[in-house]
Design a binder for this molecule. Structure first.
Ligand SMILES: *[C@@H]1O[C@H](CO)[C@@H](O)[C@H](O)[C@H]1NC(C)=O
Ligand SMILES: *[C@@H]1O[C@H](CO)[C@@H](O)[C@H](O)[C@H]1NC(C)=O
Length: 229
């Protein structure tokens, strides 16, 4: 009897999870100044029209054929763009951009809505567009926030003269709101977003998420539109 009851309860919870269509995941942070992986047309998800725009050193559209500044050091270089900082809509909702999963061709340019279920941001939500992938778990969103840590690659020293390991820790970046003052002025708002809007570090906070159609607020910035769902 107890085991049968357990099975019924498990089945009930599984049904609820499917009805809501939500997947459990986590959030981390990044700002490596590299050309995003979705800046390569070959990485786009099926049906996406792009690629994601990348920028030159002064945050203007990169020249055609520019090389990813994380793997090249001379000639026309492609960096990330400062417009990929989070955008606050109100006290509980922001737009943003993120790396998602490890397979660019599955996620590039798709949009997702998530709600934090743990951490200081619990109850707050975001809609993010995937502009990068790799180096994380498949259910992680690596949120683009300046001072979020350069991670495995660093073009921030080339673009902004950041310390060789980026601002703050290589993984996770700055550790307080006041450390955002180390960043160039055009990146400060997106650094403060983490501490002042999300309410803390953001790293390893739990979420539930699902794919959504992309809002024009994000596709107009990235220049990439995924297949409709
Ligand atoms: C970036 O591109 C703009 C517009 O094409 C150009 O005026 C500027 O000189 C470029 N900056 C760099 C550092 O290449
Ligand atoms: C914040 O904005 C979202 C999206 O427009 C909306 O659904 C939500 O009701 C707003 N929340 C508040 C507290 O205004």
């Amino acid at each position: 009897m107890p085991s049968k009851l357990y099975l019924i309860i498990v089945t009930a919870f599984t049904a609820i999870a499917l009805v809501n269509g939500q997947t459990a995941g986590t959030t981390t942070t990044t700002w490596d100044c590299c050309e995003p992986a979705c800046g390569y047309t070959s990485n786009l998800s099926p049906g996406a029209r792009g690629p994601v725009q990348s920028c030159n050193k002064s945050n203007q559209p990169a020249a055609a054929g520019a090389q990813n500044a994380c793997f090249a050091s001379s000639g026309n270089l492609a960096f990330s763009c400062d417009k990929y900082q989070p955008i606050i809509v109100n006290s509980t909702f922001s737009y943003g951009f993120a790396g998602h999963g490890n397979t660019a061709t599955s996620t590039c340019c798709k949009c997702y809505q998530f709600t934090w279920t743990s951490g200081a941001g619990a109850g707050k939500s975001m809609i993010v567009q995937a502009i990068n992938a790799g180096g994380i778990t498949d259910t992680d969103f690596d949120i683009y926030t300046p001072g979020g840590g350069v991670g495995d690659y660093n073009a921030c020293t080339a673009q902004y003269g950041a310390p060789s390991g980026g601002w703050g820790r290589q993984y996770g970046g700055v550790t307080s709101d006041s450390q955002c003052s180390q960043l160039p002025s055009n990146l400060q708002a997106g650094c403060h977003w983490r501490w002042e809007w999300a309410g803390g570090d953001v790293n390893e906070w739990q979420i539930t998420y699902k794919q959504v159609n992309c809002p024009s607020q994000l596709t107009s910035l990235s220049g990439c539109t995924p297949a409709a769902i």
